[in-house]
Every structure is written in structure tokens, then in C-alpha cells.
Design a protein around this ligand. Sequence first.
Ligand code: ZN
Ligand code: ZN
Ligand code: ZN
Length: 298
Amino acid sequence: MSVNFNKLDAALKKMGGALRKFPIKKIKSTDPIEIKIKKGVSISRGEFDKIKPVAGFLNVEGHHAFLYIDQPFASQEDLEEIPSENGPRFHIVKECKTLQKMHKDKRSDRYILIQNINGEFPCNPRDPLTRIIDTKTKIPAKLLACHNCMMQLDYLGFSSKKNYSQRQQIRNLDLNKFLKHYNPFFIDSRYYRKFKDEDRGNYSVDHAKIRDRLLKQTDYTCQGSELGTGKCDVQLKDHPEWLHMHHINGRSGDNSPRNIKILCISCHQRQPLHEKMNVPARAINEIARRRRKITNEN
Ligand SMILES: [Zn+2]
Ligand SMILES: [Zn+2]
Ligand SMILES: [Zn+2]
């Protein structure tokens, strides 16, 4: 990916701001889809149709991704602003009202699919007067998340925030925090979808929202019980990515209250037919350490 930082750097210098360095991560994967979407790839209308969301999130064969327009009606100045208040928005969920309307209007082929953990969305600016696209200049724009996507997810209680600046603040996503929060949905090749071609798209679109509500209700505490040792009760507010929403009857679309519970990744792995779940050793060790602490305190 060739990204031109010169103009951004110049703009930052003019503003007297610190020079931001964007580390370019080495791509380790050999998965052709992953390599493609990390760079950003334009999609056709048919390809938009083929995007199968996982728990509502845009997802391509086990890889989460965002959609955005890389040649928006935005000037260089608009795109260089951090965050870009007047630039385009990026989308996170497939049922987003904006995305759906664009698709209906046959304009979904304007989108770029990207998996960018560094939060850069390469965009071409337009001349504000002539509206001509400057195809030679790519600006790594820091875009805001789409309002409708945030409403649907209700990330950090977005829908109940009435204040404009509070909302803008949430939409200016810290992608690392955001991805960590929803991590169980993004590691679906290991958890939600064990095999690439396995169709597990029957998670409801409000899956993430329901999990969030349950996390709050339980104060990020595991509701599992270990054989013989009573309740698990481990608290993981600082590691929400290790808390999954388990469906007791095995039907992932059944979110009735009696069918769902919050389980830590360690308890979740112990559920019937969950043996193959890939659990990081770090999580197991930390959860075990916290359980010992609870036992010692009682
Ligand atoms: Zn959206
Ligand atoms: Zn489960
Ligand atoms: Zn547990």
C-alpha cells in the first residue's frame, strides 16, 4: 500500500502538532482474503450481497472488515483533519440503514472493504471547486464511525448519549479498544465458525447488543459453575474479550433470557461440543489466578 504522509505531516507541522507515526505492520498471514482486505479492496454489488455478517458484523469468510468510500466528496483539508469530521464515515454492521439504502439505490459498488487495525482509511481527495478526484494523492484519513452503525451496536451506550460531542467522541473509535471489546465476534474462525465454509450466520443482528446488556447486568462476571467447585464468578471487566455469550440449547439465534448466559472463555470451553474452541493460554492462566483469589477470600 502506498500512502502519502507528506501532506499530513506538513499539515501537522503547520498546526504545531506532534508528528504521528503510523507503524506499518508486517502481514504474516498467507490467507489471500486477509492479505487483500488488509490493503482494502473495492467490491461489486454482488459481492456486497455475499458478505455474510457474523453477529451483525461485516465479515468475509471469517474475517471481520469495514466498508467505506475511498473517493468521497471531501477535500484534502477535510480528510487530513483528525478525526475527519467532514469526511466519509466507515461502516461496521451489515444491517446499517445507510449501507442498506446505498445498496438499494445500486450504489454499494462504491465501497472499499478493509481490515485496518491502525484506523487508517486511505482516501483520494477532491478539488472543492472542480470536484475532480486527485487520484495521485492518498490520505490515510482518520474517519468517524457511521452514526447508524453505532446506533445499532449501541457501543458504550451510544444511543442514550444525547450530547453531540459525547457521540462524536464515541464515533472517533479507538479501534484497538473496540476490537478487543467485540473480540469474540472477530475470532470467529476459531470460535463462531470452526471451519471456513461452515455456515454459522444464524446469529441475530443484535447479538452484540444483547451480549453487552448481559455483560452490564452481570458486571462482567462469569455465570458458569465448575464441576465440584461451585460457581466460577470470575470478574473480567478489564478483559471483555474473554467473556462469551453462550447459548444453552446450542441454537445461536435463540436469545431468550433462559437460553443465554455469560461464560468466561475457560467455562465456555467446557460446554458440550465446545471442546475445539481455541483458548489462549494467557486467558486460562489469568482466569485460574483470579479464581484462586476468590476461593482464598471466602
Ligand atoms: Zn453504517
Ligand atoms: Zn457456547
Ligand atoms: Zn467461568
